[in-house]
Design a binder for this molecule. Structure first.
Ligand code: PRP
Ligand code: URA
Length: 209
């Protein structure tokens, strides 16, 4: 069964509170999302498998740990997920980056896919799908389905703010995918926006309000 991990370090809560403020500038919003993404990255990567490696230090030869296998792929859901990529890449600079383009239809609120490009060896990597907002969960559930169809086996979803409806949808559609988030908000409104939320994440990151 999928686990929901709330990553609520005081620094993350503080930065997220500033992001929620409607008067926060585009520049600050983008920078705070980047900082939170890096901080969340510590928790999201906590269970990466390790293997033994022999190293010759200047003093002696000994056995140490390194991350096993092909490592990571980061997959942002366009557009807003792009704002979470650089923070994770600072932790894991060798990670590959795939992209999924999805937008929510304004009437049905269901996702429409318009782009997909994945690393060719995605099936050998742990995939971290990133998107700041998990609202109805439709976009994330579709993105996970797409990545699975390309062969990915180990998938993690990393979000900033979730609605309970979105968490339930992803967990019921993809019980094998753990979710990491900085906040679990109250509910969705009649336009399927998260309440209290932070508004339209893509518009706030890219200044297209
Ligand atoms: C937002 C957000 C998620 C999606 C969440 O993207 O970044 O991808 O909505 O909603 P859901 O859980 O109900 O699917 P949006 O469709 O606004 O596209 P954008 O990032 O290009 O603005
Ligand atoms: N997409 C957003 O950007 N914000 C929401 O609250 C819901 C969907």
């Amino acid at each position: 069964m999928s686990t929901f991990h709330l990553v609520d370090h005081p620094l993350i809560q503080h930065k997220l509170t500033i992001m929620r403020d409607k008067n926060t500038t585009t520049k600050d919003f983008k920078q705070l999302l980047d900082e939170i993404s890096m901080l969340m990255g510590y928790e999201v990567t906590r269970d990466l498998p390790l293997e033994d490696v022999e190293v010759e230090t200047p003093i002696t030869r000994a056995t140490f740990k390194r991350i096993a296998g092909k490592k990571l792929a980061i997959v942002p859901i366009l557009r807003a997920g792009l704002g979470m990529v650089d923070g994770l890449l600072r932790l894991v600079p060798v990670a590959r980056v795939g992209h999924i383009g999805l937008y929510r239809d304004h009437v049905t609120h269901e996702p429409v896919e318009y782009y997909c490009k994945m690393p060719s060896d995605i099936e050998e990597r742990t995939v971290i799908i990133v998107d700041p907002m998990l609202a109805t969960g439709g976009s994330a559930a579709d993105a996970i389905t797409t990545v699975k169809a390309r062969g990915a086996k180990k998938i993690i979803l990393m979000c900033l703010v979730c609605a309970p409806e979105g968490v339930r949808r992803v967990q019921s559609t993809h019980p094998d995918v753990d979710i990491f988030a900085a906040a679990l908000d109250e509910r969705l409104n009649e336009n399927a926006y998260i309440v209290p939320g932070l508004g339209d994440a893509g518009d706030r990151i890219f200044g297209t309000l």
